[in-house]
Design a protein around this ligand. Structure first.
Ligand code: ZN
Length: 64
């Protein structure tokens, strides 16, 4: 999930809502925004996924 803002000169900024890292600033087009967002490897999202899979593994072990 990303937070996009537009500057007075019409360019865009985008920020990741998981890690609050600014991914790109003063981007000219929304196409470029999408490319920048797609390239973002989010540390927070990776951590959340890892914790989620660890929790589900633990509950599976507990159940059996
Ligand atoms: Zn991120």
């Amino acid at each position: 999930m990303y937070s996009r803002t537009q500057n007075d000169n019409g360019t865009y900024n985008t920020r990741c809502l998981y890690c609050f890292m600014t991914i790109a600033t003063a981007v000219q087009t929304t196409e470029e925004l999408e490319l920048e967002e797609a390239e973002h490897l989010c540390p927070e999202k990776a951590l959340a996924l890892m914790l989620a899979s660890r929790n589900s593994t633990r509950s599976l072990v507990h159940r059996s």
